[in-house]
Each structure stands twice: as C-alpha cells, then as structure tokens.
Ligand binder design. Structure first.
Ligand SMILES: Cc1cc2nc3c(=O)[nH]c(=O)nc-3n(C[C@H](O)[C@H](O)[C@H](O)COP(=O)(O)OP(=O)(O)OC[C@H]3O[C@@H](n4cnc5c(N)ncnc54)[C@H](O)[C@@H]3O)c2cc1C
Length: 479
C-alpha cells in the first residue's frame, strides 16, 4: 500500500492501515500490534517527514466528536483527534464560539494541526491553547494505557509532539466567543511602515512581493462593528479572484510558460490588479482568517525568526531570491562575507538562476507559545513566520528545494531561524535540536512515554536520538 501527502513530496508505505471507529478499537489495534512500529496521521497536509510511516498506520478520522463546555470563565472543547478544523468550527459556530487561533486552511485534523505547531497571524499557535491531551501508548510492560495529560511539561510536550508520544485520541482546547474581523489591503514600500501599523491591526499578515520588492499588508483587527453589507461580495471576490484567478495566472507562469522574465514582469506590474486596496470589510473571524489555499497543489517552507531579526532576515531572503532568480550573482558584501564564513559559498553559486520565485512571501506574527518545541516556543519577542511557496510541478521542484536547503541552513546560522515542523524542513537533527533550548526535555518525555520508540518514524527517531549528529545529512533536494 502507498499513500501520498497533499504536496506529493512524501510517500507512505505502511504495512497495514486502519481507520478505527472509536477509542476502544484504537486500543484493540494497539494491543494486536504490540512491539511493531505505529504512526498516526491526520489529513497528510504536512510536507515534512513527520508524516512518514512504514509500519502500522492509524487514521482517526472517525474519532471526530466535539463537546463544548464552560469551565469557570473559559470555554473548552473536547475534540476527537481526527476531527477536521472545518467541522470543529461548524460545531463551535452553532454555540456562538470559535477557536482563538486559525491557520490559513481548515482541512487539517485537530491532532495533526497541533502536532506540528500550526499557526495563523497575531496570536499564539493552536498548540498553545491546548489544555488537555488524551493519549494512548504502551507502558513499560507493553500493556496499552490511556492517559489524560493536563498539566506540566508532559502537556507542554504533547501540545506539539510530532506524533512522537503515542496516539492522540482527543484534544481539549480553549475556545472563545465568536468575533468579527475587519480587513483591508494597503501597499507600502518599507517594512518599517508595515510593522508600525501592527499596533492598530494586531491580526495583520503581510507579503513581500518578489520582483516588485514592496509590501502588501493585509491589515486586520478584531471589531464590534456589524458584518458589512457587502461581505458576501468580498467572499465572492476572494473565491473567484484570489483563490482561483490569481493562482491560475501563477500556475500558467510556472508550469507552462516557465519564462523567468515573464514571471518577474507579472509580479512587478500585473498581479496588483487582483488586490483591491482600502476596501474595508467586516465579517466573521472564521470566514475572514482562512482561504482556499489547498485548491492547487504546492509545496512550502516556512522559517520563524524573532522580531529583532526580521528586517535583517527579510533583506537576506530578498538577496538570495535575486541570486536564485538569476538577476544577481552575489549577495551584498556584508551577507557575502557571512556566507563565506559559513562555508556555503559553493552552494550559493550553485543556486544561481535555479529558482525564479513566483509567489508572495507571506509573513505572519506568532506570539510565543507555552510549549516545549513548537516553532514559536520560548519566552521573549514575538516570532515572524516567513513563508516560501512553489507551485512548480512535483517533478520540477529541484531548484526550489535547493533554494530552501540553502536558505534554511544559512538562516538557522545567521538568525536562529526555525523551520516549521510540518513544512519542508531541510535541516539535519543536530541543527534542528540546537534551535530549541528545551529539546532535551522534549526528548526525555518522549523516551518516558515511548521507551521502545515504537511511535517513531525514521525522521523523529533520528531527531530524538542524542547520538544522531551531523553525520545525518540535510535532506537531499533531489530526493
Ligand atoms: C495548503 C496548506 C496550507 C497550510 N496552511 C498552514 C497555516 O496557515 N499555518 C500553519 O502553521 N500550517 C499550515 N499548513 C501546515 C499544516 O497545518 C500542518 O502540516 C498540519 O500538521 C497538517 O495537519 P494534518 O491533519 O494533515 O496532519 P498530518 O500532516 O497527517 O500529520 C502531521 C503530524 O501529526 C501527527 N498526528 C496526526 N494525528 C495524530 C494523532 N491522532 N496522534 C498522534 N500524532 C498525530 C502525525 O504523525 C504527523 O507527525 C498548511 C498546509 C497546507 C497543505
């Protein structure tokens, strides 16, 4: 049996696969397969090796119950692990509630979303709001046990665990009353202007437009104002123009024309007709904060940097994009020197003219999470997630993957940039571990919960192995 993920860059070859009907059946399957390797997946919307499975595969899509309760002054939902975010939002919506934080899409499962630190903009990632995780695993004598983790570092680990602590059966997550968001677009030549607007529009996200090198801000704020009378038209505009027309133009440029000059010209001069500026619209948060981003197949890497590194990091990304796109042969002298010191000059030269970037570089602010290893974990300044997307056909991604490999390695050294656990993640175990001050605590909790490593795949096993070092090389872009 073979399964592919959304991005068609990962192939799972499980020896057997189950979609159990309920918790009892999950436990029965675990008992039957004691001693064998077991991985649980959600909707396979991760691009990283986190989804790999070559033993027993569990898909908990039938465990999708939602139960919303008040606990003191908090709204808390207990959600079956396989429940998709869209179903959860529908159920919460019936009770006038919603999630405090949302990613761009809603097809992921709740367990899958939290397991890789899924986030939106202006709030913590979803993992941060998790107050309980119900987990099935084996105890030291190999018996199947179920535990409810609701405090301490075990909970912090389970909030983002890469599938490495056992099978998540359900998740308890803090919810809030439904709310509305006002949104409008503006263009700025300078990053500083966009960041200045953040205090007025705390939920905003913004885009660095390649080849035009300006910023389009999607200003967003929570509001008590009534839903706009033209909100329906705005939704239609998003669906037709942004989700489809704009993406079809990009697909044409990347998959059929492949002329770099035309890509650059379109981004510099034409793509802007799609963005209606200064149209202020108020709508429900769960309509405003998401889009149909899964409509067309693509692949993505996302790097998290702290606020004090953002300007420098985006400047670096811009320069590397110019080299990869073939319009420059070297970086500015300051960056060039640092690349040479890192011993990455040959990789940079190799990148020249290999990838003409063809998608806005989305930047989202993520407030620090109370977790051990989600990308935004750790106290201090806010994080900014810088996303790099390619719509090239799966067979033509080599240039993009070379580019992501170079960028992840260089930016992790220069800016302590952390790659999203669920997206293209081209660093080796040593490099990844070094970015998380609490990784050792995570590792030791995983080894307590899964002493025989039966819930690991080869990628998580290497991450959790203290002896797996730089000997394990970075993902080969041509793999
Ligand atoms: C088009 C698109 C848009 C996206 N937008 C965003 C975004 O806006 N923000 C963002 O942060 N991310 C985004 N992502 C990434 C996505 O949210 C994550 O990769 C997420 O983990 C996918 O969830 P899934 O249900 O498909 O889980 P999978 O990809 O199937 O699994 C992810 C991980 O969760 C583990 N897992 C799943 N279920 C269980 C369980 N029951 N028990 C134990 N472990 C489990 C798996 O083993 C695996 O390690 C996007 C992805 C795509 C394809």
């Amino acid at each position: 049996m073979q399964l592919k993920n959304f991005g068609r860059n990962q192939t799972l070859k499980p020896s057997s696969a189950y979609t159990p009907a309920d918790e009892a059946e999950v436990l029965e399957i675990l008992a039957r397969h004691r001693g064998q390797s077991v991985r649980t997946v959600g909707r396979l919307h991760s691009w990283s090796d986190a989804v790999l499975a070559d033993g027993v595969l569990l898909d908990l899509r039938q465990l999708d119950g939602v139960d919303l309760q008040s606990e003191g002054d908090q709204l808390v939902a207990t959600v079956g692990a396989g429940c998709q975010i869209k179903r959860l939002l529908e159920e919460l919506g019936r009770e006038g509630a919603t999630l405090p934080s949302l990613g761009l899409i809603t097809v992921q499962t709740i367990a899958g979303a939290i397991s890789t630190g899924t986030h939106g903009s202006g709030r913590n990632s979803m993992s941060h709001y998790v107050v309980g995780v119900r987990l099935a695993r084996y105890d030291a004598s190999g018996h199947v046990v179920v535990e409810d983790l609701c405090e301490g570092d075990a909970l912090r680990a389970a909030r983002c665990s890469l599938g490495s602590m056992g099978v998540i059966l359900s998740v308890k997550i803090r919810c809030r009353q439904q709310y509305k968001v006002q949104e409008h677009f503006c263009e700025y030549p300078q990053l500083s202007d966009v960041l200045e607007a953040e205090s007025a529009f705390p939920l905003q996200q913004f885009y660095l437009i390649p080849w035009r090198w300006s910023y389009i801000a999607q200003h967003r704020q929570e509001t008590d104002a009534a839903r706009s009378s033209l909100a329906w038209l705005y939704r239609l505009y998003w669906q037709l123009v942004m989700d489809h027309c704009m993406h079809l133009v990009i697909l044409f440029l990347v998959r059929w024309s492949r002329v770099h000059r035309l890509i650059r010209l379109t981004f510099r001069k034409i793509l802007f007709v799609f963005v209606v500026r200064n149209w202020r619209v108020v709508d429900r948060s769960d309509a405003m904060l998401v889009m149909n981003h899964e409509a067309y197949r693509h692949i993505e890497m996302e790097l998290f940097v702290r606020r004090d590194q953002l300007a420098h990091a985006l400047g670096f990304v811009e320069e590397v994009l110019k080299v990869a796109g073939g319009v420059q042969t070297a970086l500015s002298s300051e960056h060039q020197e640092r690349v040479e010191v890192m011993g990455m000059q040959a990789e940079l030269v190799e990148l020249h003219n290999k990838h003409c970037h063809h998608y806005p570089v989305c930047v989202r602010r993520v407030v620090p999470d109370d977790t051990l290893i989600s990308m935004a974990s750790g106290e201090g300044e806010d994080w900014y997630a810088v996303s790099l997307i390619s719509y090239a056909k799966p067979s033509r991604r080599e240039g993009f993957l070379k580019f992501t490999s170079f960028l992840a390695a260089s930016m992790s050294h220069l800016f302590d940039a952390r790659p999203h656990w669920g997206k293209v993640c081209p660093l080796n175990p040593d490099e990844l571990r070094s970015l998380y001050p609490r990784f050792d605590e995570f590792r030791s909790i995983c080894s307590t919960f899964d002493p025989d490593g039966v819930f690991q795949n080869r990628w998580t096993a290497a991450l959790l192995d203290p002896d797996a070092s730089t000997g394990v090389s970075r993902q080969d872009p041509s793999d």
